[in-house]
Structures are given as C-alpha cells and as structure tokens.
Design a protein around this ligand. Structure first.
Ligand code: PEP
Ligand code: MG
Length: 529
C-alpha cells in the first residue's frame, strides 16, 4: 500500500502489531488444524514444535542428532540441560516462569518453549506425563505452541516461517524512525551473528556463566570452586582464562564495530556443582555399599562443599558482585580475558568495543572497587600492548537500592543496564522462579494485576525505579548510557515505556530484535500523535 501511495510509511509501521512478526520468524500451528488442548502453561518462547517426548537432555541430544524430532520435557531445566535443548525441537517444563532458565535459553535459541505447565505431572522414573486422566509415555508425540502456552497430543500440522522482502522493508523503515537502540542478549558467536542478521546494533548482555557451564569447562570451574587455597584456585583460573578469551574473541569479532556488553559472573557458585540432594543420596549409597574409601572421601568432600555453599535464598545470596568481592580472582580472570581478546582483535585491525558490566550492585561501595580494578587491569594491558582501544565499565541496576542511589553509582559508571528480571523480583518481593506457578497468574486472572510483571514491565512500580534511576544517574553523569537487558527488552509495551523514559537502548533475545525494532518505531509515532 505504501508503494501504491495509499498509506505512508508511518501508517504502515503502526498497522503491524509487533508480536505478529513472530509468525514470520517461527513455525506456527496451522490454523486449519483440528486441535485438542491437553494442558496450558506459560507462553515462554514463541513457535510451534512437535516431537517425541523425552525426559533427559542426553536422550534429547542422542535422538536429535539422529534427526528425530523431540520435545524435551523437564520439571525445570538447568544449565546441565543445554546440550539437550540444542537438539530438541521444543522444551516443556512444569515449573518456572517467564524468566526461568528454560524460557530464557529457549528464547535465545529461537526455540519453542512452554514453561511452568503446572497441570503436568511428570514422572521421570515411570517415564510418563499425566494430565488429569491422560497418560503420555516416553516416545509418544506431543506438540507445543510456545506463543500461546498450549500443549497438544500427537503431531499437529505446522506452517514453516517465511521471511519476505516486505519484512526487511518494513523493518528498514522502523530503523529510519526509531530513536532507541536495539541490542541483543547473546552468549555465543553464533547467537551474536544471528542477532546481527536480525538487526541488533550491539550486544546488551553476554551472560558469562553460560560459558562456564559448557561440558568441557565445567570440571575446571568445579575445581576452581572446590579449591581450598588460593594457589589451586589460581591454577584452575589460569586454565579458564584462555577458554574465556576464546569465547570473547568470537563474540567481539562477530560484532565488529558495535558495542558488546559482557557481564562478569553472576549466579551463586553452587549452580556449578551437582545437586545437594543427589549428592547426599550418592554418599549414603556409597556408605551402604562399603565402597572404596577414597571414592567415598571424595564424594563426602564434594558434599561438604555443596552444603557450605547452600543458602536458603540463593537469589538474594552470594552472587553477582558479592562473588567478585569475596573471590576477586574470578573477576580478575574475566576482565583479563575480555581485554586480552579485545587487544588481539584490535591488533588485527578489527574494531571492537568491549564493555564490562558488574552485576547485582546494591551499594556504590560494591561497585567502586571492582570498577577501579577493571580499569587498572585494562589500562595496564592496553598500555603494554601499545594499542588504541576504548572500553567502558558499567553496572546492572537490578536491585531497588541501586536505582534509588543511582546518582552515587553513576559517578563512576559509564553505563547502566536495568536488569528488569531481578528488579521485578526484588521490587515486588516475588520469586522469579516460583511466583508464576503459585499465585501470580491467578493474580492476573483475578485482575489483581493487569499483566504478569515478569512479562510486561510494571510501569507503576518497577518502571518508576527505572525512570528515577535513569534521572538520578544522569544528574551526576550526563553522558551515562542507559538501557535494559531483562526479558522486558523485547516486549512491545515495555519497549514503548523504555522509549518514553529516555533510555538509550533495549536489549533482548536475538529473535525478538525485529519485534523491538518495530515497537521502538511505533513508540516514536505514538508519541508524535
Ligand atoms: C535481569 O535480572 O534482568 C538480568 C538480565 O539478569 P539475569 O536474568 O541473568 O538475572
Ligand atoms: Mg539479574
């Protein structure tokens, strides 16, 4: 219609609902298909997928590699499941919310995911799922629609996505109009490349812990955690440094010329170790079997460490910058790896823009020493390499106290990135892991809350902190760059809000980049109106 002069570009932009782009980016259920919904969970990552039910990541990997379609069904996923998620067509969990591991990782991969489907009774031992009277066994086919949260029995016909020339045209108009930058959350060079193809103008969040979880690194990471003295910790870190450097080389190169924000380690260390209950059972079994004393002693040592790291509220515990302050050598290794990678690429003539991000800061005194150290390490390395390399150091704002004292933090920080997943969790005082499965969705049904705040940014509360934090930050540092990297960064209403409070960019999973671009352009047009 624009080409025929019936409407103008602005009208065209406003006529497309951003989430409709999902239909061009992901497979969807054929609207002609006769379907019977057997369960409904959270629409955690759009797209339709069918496959055989499997219950472990190893099975998903094995069958997936043979070319079979599988749906990985888990109570919830953990970083240990990544290899299975990669090979599965889709992921279905009975627990966890819109910011759960399954949801975030599947969205990053552009893979269908229904999360927190609490009506499902998953029995891993019996290898079946029961929903009311229905029992679905391993290897039976199910279909999931990650855009609606629906689960169907059997193979439901789907329609393949098709990108068109018009898609590109519309999005190029969006770029002409939008003011907000649109970055992507990406942890691998492949994701970064995909994000760039879909129009990302930078990486707003690289979660370095995902790199720690890969199967070849996990043993070194575990060695580092279990080290009982600084020397053995340093030894493990020395092995990790070149591996991390390799990761950063890949991402920085893929994003040549664009900013790449790399977050230092965030999750509590116990996440890298085996589960407490499983290890306890293993120790007891070894005892009952009168197993080899050495083997038992090793397991007991592991158990002791897991127990010592155990916390009642790990989300509010020893994680983020608190880890960096307690175990400074971990962050030092990561900072060295980032800067060494950047120097190596700069020497090859590749322009890189690394930005180091410190997570979970609540008090300026947590930020200052880490920031100072990052600059010291970076400046020394850059000086001795004799290259010209610009880098930035900034922080996530994901705790209310950080937003409320943003003026102090901004004195040293060059950028802020609002982590709206944790900020939502801590502003409401609701768990991002459990609330949706327990009461939050009922709140939405009963209209206590208008929307799920883990999905659509709560303007009145969390949004107020984002606005205040931005204003305070810019009072002491007018050049402060501000964005968000929580899951809200790809949700149209939240993108509109970010525009309205003057953020510089939003960052979201690669497949949501086109949606955010369109939403950002619409925000400009709606504001004009
Ligand atoms: C956040 O808290 O919004 C965030 C982006 O970090 P993570 O989800 O990794 O905690
Ligand atoms: Mg966070």
């Amino acid at each position: 219609m624009v080409e025929e002069g019936i409407i103008n570009k602005e009208e065209a932009i406003l006529r497309v609902e951003p989430n409709q782009l999902n239909q061009l980016l992901h497979r969807r259920i054929d609207p002609q298909a006769k379907v019977e919904v057997i369960a409904k969970g959270l629409p955690a990552s759009p797209g339709a997928a069918y496959g055989k039910v499997v219950f472990t990541a190893d099975e998903a990997e094995e069958l997936g590699k043979k070319g079979e379609s599988v749906i990985l069904v888990r109570t919830e996923t953990t970083p240990d499941d990544i290899h299975g998620m990669v090979e599965a067509q889709g992921v279905l969990t009975s627990r966890g919310g819109m910011t759960s591991h399954a949801a975030v990782v599947a969205r990053g991969m552009g893979k269908a995911c229904v999360a927190g489907c609490s009506v499902l009774n998953i029995n891993i031992k019996k290898e079946n799922i029961s929903v009311n009277d229905l029992v679905i066994k391993k290897d039976e086919f199910i279909t999931i629609d990650g855009g609606t949260g629906e689960v169907f029995l059997g193979k439901v016909p789907t329609i393949e996505p098709k990108m068109s020339k018009e898609f590109e045209t519309l999005l190029s108009w969006a770029n002409e109009i939008k003011r907000l930058g649109v970055y992507a959350n990406a942890d691998t060079p492949e994701d970064a490349k995909k994000a760039r193809e879909l129009g990302a103008e930078g990486i707003g969040l690289t979660r370095t812990e995902h790199m720690f979880m890969e199967q070849d690194r996990l043993p070194i990471v575990q060695k580092m955690i279990m080290a009982d003295n600084k020397e053995s910790r340093d030894e493990a870190l020395e092995k990790l440094l070149p591996v991390q450097k390799g990761d950063f080389l890949g991402i920085l190169e893929a994003m040549e010329g664009l900013p790449v924000i790399i977050r230092l380690l965030d999750p509590p260390l116990h996440e890298f170790l085996p589960n407490l209950e499983d290890t306890l059972i293993e120790v007891n079994t070894l005892k009952l079997k009168n197993a080899d004393p050495d083997e038992l002693a090793k397991k007991e040592k592991l158990l002791e460490i897991i127990q010592s790291l155990h916390e009642m509220n790990p989300m509010l515990g020893l994680r983020g910058c608190r880890l960096g302050l307690l175990y400074p050598e971990i962050y030092e290794m990561q900072i060295e790896a980032i800067i060494e990678a950047a120097i190596e690429l700069t020497k090859k003539g590749i322009k890189v823009k690394p930005e180091i991000m410190i997570p979970l800061v609540s008090h300026v005194n947590e930020f200052k020493p880490i920031c100072k150290k990052a600059r010291k390490i970076a400046n020394e390395k850059i000086k001795s390499a004799g290259v010209k390399l610009e880098y930035k150091v900034g922080t996530m704002i994901e705790l209310p106290r950080a937003a409320l004292t943003a003026d102090k933090i901004a004195e040293d920080a060059e950028f802020f990135s609002f982590g709206t997943n944790d900020l939502t969790q801590t502003t409401f005082g609701i768990s991002r892991d459990d609330a949706e499965g327990k009461f939050l969705l009922k709140y939405v049904d009963d209209k206590i809350l208008e929307e799920n705040p883990f999905e659509v940014l709560d303007r009145e509360g969390v949004g107020k902190l984002v606005k205040l934090g931005t204003e305070l930050g810019r009072e002491t540092n007018p050049n402060l760059e501000v964005g968000i990297c929580g899951e809200h960064g790809g949700e149209p209403q939240s993108v509109e809000f970010c525009h309205s409070v003057g953020l510089n960019y939003v960052s979201c999973s690669p497949f949501r980049v086109p949606i955010a671009r369109l939403a950002a352009a619409q925000a400009v047009l709606k504001e004009k109106k």
